[in-house]
Design a protein around this ligand. Structure first.
Ligand code: URA
Length: 196
C-alpha cells in the first residue's frame, strides 16, 4: 500500500467512527472529519488539538483564524505549508470548541500514531498542551512534561520506531488570536525550527 492508500484508509475509518462521542455532532452539523493535509514526504509534522468550525466545514486543518497565524509563523521561518504535514490529535470538532476530553484523545490518538508511522516525520511539532502531553507521553518523555509556559520553544530528542526524531513544543497558534502580543513569542519559538 502507498502512503496515500494508507492515509485514505485512516480517513475511511474515521468517517465511520460511530463509537466516537463526536460522531453524531459531526453528522447533525454536516461537518467533515479533519484527517490532515500536506506533503506525504514531509520531514516536519505539526500536531494541533482538534478542528474548529471552519476546519470541520471544509475538512482541512488550520484553515480558520488559528490557521492564519500558523501560516504567518511558517512564513516567518521560511517553511512552505505545502512542504509540511499538518494534523490534529482529535479528528472531529468538539462541541463549541471545548477542550478535547481524555476519552476523545484515547479514541483518536491511535490514528495519529498511524499517521506518524506512515509519514515518518523527523520533527514533530506539538501545538498546544494537549498535543504536547500526548506526543511527549507517546515517546516516553512523560517525566519531562511541565506546564506549556515552561516547555514552549524547547525541543527534545526521542526515538521513533523508524529512527531518531525531534519533538518541538510550541504554544497553540490560537494564543495569538486572543492575545496579539503573544505573536512575537510564537515567532521566536518557531525560530527553533530554523536551527533544527
Ligand atoms: N485548532 C486546532 O488545534 N486545529 C485546527 O485544525 C484548527 C484549530
Amino acid at each position: 500500500m502507498t502512503k496515500t492508500d494508507e492515509l485514505r484508509k485512516i480517513k475511511d475509518e474515521v468517517l465511520n467512527l460511530k463509537e466516537s462521542p463526536l460522531y453524531s455532532y459531526r453528522i447533525e452539523n454536516k461537518y467533515f472529519p479533519v484527517i490532515g493535509e500536506g506533503s506525504h514526504d514531509a520531514k516536519i509534522m505539526f500536531v494541533g488539538e482538534a478542528p474548529g468550525r471552519n476546519e470541520a466545514k471544509t475538512g482541512r486543518p488550520f484553515c480558520g483564524t488559528a490557521g492564519k497565524v500558523l501560516d504567518e509563523l511558517l512564513e516567518h521561518v521560511g517553511i512552505k505549508r505545502s512542504d509540511v504535514y499538518i494534523t490534529n490529535i482529535v479528528k472531529d470538532r468538539p462541541q463549541e470548541n471545548r477542550d478535547p476530553l481524555p476519552e476523545e484523545i484515547k479514541i483518536y490518538g491511535p490514528f495519529l500514531d498511524r499517521q506518524i508511522e506512515i509519514l515518518k516525520p523527523k520533527v514533530i511539532c506539538a501545538l498546544g498542551r494537549y498535543s504536547m502531553g500526548y506526543i511527549m507521553q507517546k515517546f516516553g518523555l512523560s517525566d519531562k512534561i511541565e506546564p506549556i509556559s515552561k516547555m514552549h520553544g524547547k525541543s527534545f530528542d526521542a526515538q521513533a520506531s523508524y529512527g531518531p526524531i525531534k519533538i518541538v513544543c510550541l504554544y497553540h497558534p490560537c494564543v495569538a488570536v486572543y492575545n496579539p502580543n503573544q505573536k512575537d513569542l510564537l515567532r521566536k519559538d518557531f525560530e527553533v525550527l530554523k536551527n533544527i
